[in-house]
Write a protein that binds this ligand. Structure first.
Ligand SMILES: NC(=O)c1ccc[n+]([C@@H]2O[C@H](COP(=O)([O-])OP(=O)(O)OC[C@H]3O[C@@H](n4cnc5c(N)ncnc54)[C@H](OP(=O)(O)O)[C@@H]3O)[C@@H](O)[C@H]2O)c1
Length: 212
């Protein structure tokens, strides 16, 4: 598939490398395509303006900081009918360190979906670190990747993209459940930043009966 990655930071580059290895075509949508700092991305994909990357993409990945989401979506142009994967987490710096800026009765995923009503928006790829997004291999079980979104027809395509990265995709319900996925992400962040666990931890789903 043709994938537009909006934001060439830690998450954007990790996902791009991983999907490129799996045979997908990558365009980075960046604010300054000519910037020297993006030159090293040449081997993975072209660097163009975000709207140019979005126009030709089947799938658009939002990998920008939470405060930049509204501006980034507004800069994509007409994205009617496209799949948007929202990997962002609505983080803020609280008195005890990083925390969710919103939650319980709202989520970043729902807000992103409201910003792009003509697209099929999914909250996904937000619940583990960029190190795992780039390489979820070498764990005893496949790390799980939860997917929330309201477009049931397009969700299998998202699950396939997630599987191509090396995760076990799991349908976690409608976009309102982004509230749960963002809290789940916050747990991973807290464990790896504040509880003495390393960043190479990942959640997996176990089944007593592998057939179910
Ligand atoms: N890091 C993780 O382990 C991790 C894991 C899961 C989810 N997330 C979430 O993923 C998102 C990205 O995290 P990150 O760690 O990759 O951040 P990052 O390394 O700081 O990269 C963010 C990128 O977004 C770009 N950007 C900012 N505003 C933009 C705009 N309006 N249009 C296009 N690009 C824009 C920046 O580009 P410039 O160079 O132009 O400033 C930068 O390259 C965040 O919401 C984060 O919460 C992070």
């Amino acid at each position: 598939m043709q994938i537009a990655i909006i934001g060439a930071g830690k998450v954007g580059i990790a996902l791009a490398r991983n999907w490129a290895r799996a045979g997908h075509r990558i365009s980075f949508g960046v604010r300054d395509p000519a910037a020297e700092k993006h030159a090293a991305l040449r081997s993975i994909g072209e660097r163009v303006e975000p709207a140019q990357a979005a126009t030709k993409a089947d799938v658009i990945v939002l990998a920008v900081p939470w405060p930049a989401v509204a501006a980034a979506v507004a800069g994509l142009g007409d994205i009617a009918g496209k799949i948007v994967l929202d990997c962002t987490n609505p983080l803020t710096m609280g008195p005890q360190g990083l925390a969710l800026a919103i939650g319980h009765s709202d989520s970043g995923g729902e807000r992103t979906a409201a910003l792009a009503p003509s697209a099929s928006v999914f909250k996904v790829l937000n619940t583990t670190g960029d190190n795992n997004l780039g390489d979820p291999g070498r764990y005893p079980l496949k790390p799980v990747m939860l997917i929330a979104g309201d477009d049931g027809e397009k969700k299998p395509m998202v699950a396939k993209l997630v599987a191509d990265l090396g995760f076990e995709p799991v349908d976690a319900g409608p976009m309102v459940n982004a509230r749960l996925l963002e809290a789940h992400a916050m747990l991973w962040i807290d464990l790896s930043r504040n509880r003495g666990l390393p960043r190479d931890i990942a959640f997996a789903l176990m089944r007593r009966d592998p057939a179910r």
